[in-house]
Ligand binder design. Structure first.
Ligand code: LLP
Length: 463
């Protein structure tokens, strides 16, 4: 089929149904550096490259769909967080955003710590050589077995999430003849400005122990009495994909308030405060994320000011960015399949993946960008919806985006900013195989998570 042979559909700005988009961008060939990984650019031949390797070569070698991760960018972002917070603070990368053994090694080399929230994440971290004392173990329903493994391995901290868990961890630590360093996760009652499903500091939800009604203070009382625990601090995580620091400000104020109450009641100044993760990234050109050094400055100032006000020694701060480190570093490469123009609506562009490699659009109504990357085009913009191959009408990858009207089956398109919560939330829906993650750096591409095979799938079937 020639590039222009498919039937004419809604091509440009004079047919614009309801949607998230604004006007089509002036030039569809230009890649906004805000949403693409650092080393991504378009070569003189029009083909987009990452780490010096062009996407046609990558597609040929590794197939599509696939996630391509810019290793230099990942390391630079990890380092930027580390440097911004300096020696008096700790940066824990949140493994839930994306974890693999290679990533664990990079983090170790760049001097970051790691936040894990399941036995699987813990196993990955330990097997790739992350020292246990640099691991924080999270979760609202850690199993006895997980706690046992974490304490036995000697994790640097367990973040306690409930009254029951306080007793459970203390008991297991005592059984193992250890004293486990712990923090208590509190909910500070902040409404973070983000999607309801990823906001975590309001009280009506499953995470943490509310400050309200003195519950957190009671948790501290109990933890301080138990021999198996060494209470080192208070933890707060207010949500995810947040752009302004005002929520953190309120959280810091309330957490420091608790530290002061603890000092007054028990004569103990807890040495640490963890403000969680949650910093937003640019998924589209409309997003304006803050830089790590701005965030570090703001958070450090808030905590210092609050502590001075309460006459407390400033505790050691830690943060847990996941998305802000890995999110912008990868894009998903797809091959265009069926193209279906719907008169007066938009053109449906089907790709060879979908909600199994990126559930975020279906789950959070997330917005993404997309670009034709295997060539340039001077064709006019066409309002497109990029959809997957799953048996579900909500299987949308990019809800509203402009792509050139001469888009054709076989073209490669890429969705940027898919490093976080895409591979890590991938599924086998419709027995579609989960894509590989390929790290690209200095002209070299290395598979760090291989593509799933039908054999992998069949291996789980019994009988
Ligand atoms: N610390 C804790 C305790 C967390 O629960 C999380 C994320 C983080 C740190 C890292 O947050 P980040 O810096 O990555 O925003 N699947 C959702 C996001 C869920 C976040 C869960 N917890 C999404 O795709 O938007």
């Amino acid at each position: 089929m020639s590039r222009s042979a498919h039937p004419a559909g809604p091509r440009h700005a004079d047919v614009l149904p309801e949607g998230h988009y604004s006007a089509p961008p002036a030039d569809l060939n230009t890649l906004d550096p805000k949403v693409w990984a650092q080393t991504v650019d378009r070569g003189a031949d029009g083909v987009v490259r990452v780490g010096g390797v062009d996407v046609k070569a990558l597609a040929e070698e590794f197939g599509t769909p696939a996630y391509f991760l810019d290793e230099a960018d990942f390391r630079a972002r990890a380092r930027a967080w580390r440097t911004a917070f300096g020696q008096d603070a700790d940066v824990f990368y949140a493994g839930k955003a994306f974890l693999s053994r290679a990533v664990v090694r990079w983090l170790h080399e760049e001097g970051l710590n790691l936040d894990v929230c399941s036995g699987g994440e813990l196993a990955t971290a330990l097997s790739a050589g992350m020292p246990a004392d640099r691991i924080a173990f999270h979760g609202n329903n850690k199993s006895t077995e997980e706690i046992h493994r974490a304490v036995e391995a000697g994790v640097g901290r367990i973040v306690l999430d409930s009254f029951q868990e306080i007793v459970r961890v203390a008991h297991i630590a005592q059984e193992l003849g250890k004293r486990q360093r712990v923090q208590i996760r509190v909910t500070v009652g902040v409404e973070a400005h983000t999607h309801e499903f990823i906001a975590t500091a309001h009280e009506d939800q499953k995470f943490g122990i509310p400050l309200a009604g003195g519950q957190a203070a009671e948790a501290v009382r109990r933890a301080l009495k138990l021999d198996g625990l060494e209470l080192i601090g208070i933890h707060s995580h207010i949500g995810s994909q947040i752009f302004d620091t005002s929520g953190f400000e309120v959280a810091a104020h309330r957490v420091v308030g608790l530290l002061k109450d603890i000092r007054d009641e028990h004569g103990v100044e807890l040495p640490e405060i963890d403000l969680g993760g949650g910093l937003g990234i640019a998924y589209t050109s409309a997003d304006d994320p803050r830089e790590p050094h701005e965030i570090a400055k703001a958070l450090t100032e808030i905590v210092t000011r609050e502590c001075e006000g309460a006459r407390l020694r400033t505790p050691r701060i830690s943060v847990e960015p996941g998305r802000a480190i890995v999110g912008p570093t990868a894009f998903t490469l797809y091959e265009v399949g069926t193209i279906k123009p719907l008169d007066g609506l938009r053109t449906y562009v089907s790709v060879d993946g979908g909600m199994s490699d990126n559930i975020r659009t279906a789950l959070y109504d997330a917005e993404y960008s997309v670009a034709l990357v295997s060539r340039t085009s001077d064709a006019e913009p066409m309002l497109a919806r990029v959809v997957g191959k799953h048996c579900e009408s909500g299987d949308i990858v990019v809800k509203d985006a402009f792509l050139p009207a001469d888009l054709a089956p076989g073209d490669l398109i890429a969705v940027p900013a898919t490093g976080a919560y895409c591979r890590s939330m991938a599924s086998n829906y419709n027995h579609v195989l989960r894509p590989p993650v390929v790290a690209v750096k200095d002209g070299d591409a290395q598979v760090i998570v291989r593509r799933e095979t039908e054999e992998d799938l069949l291996r789980l079937d019994v009988g």
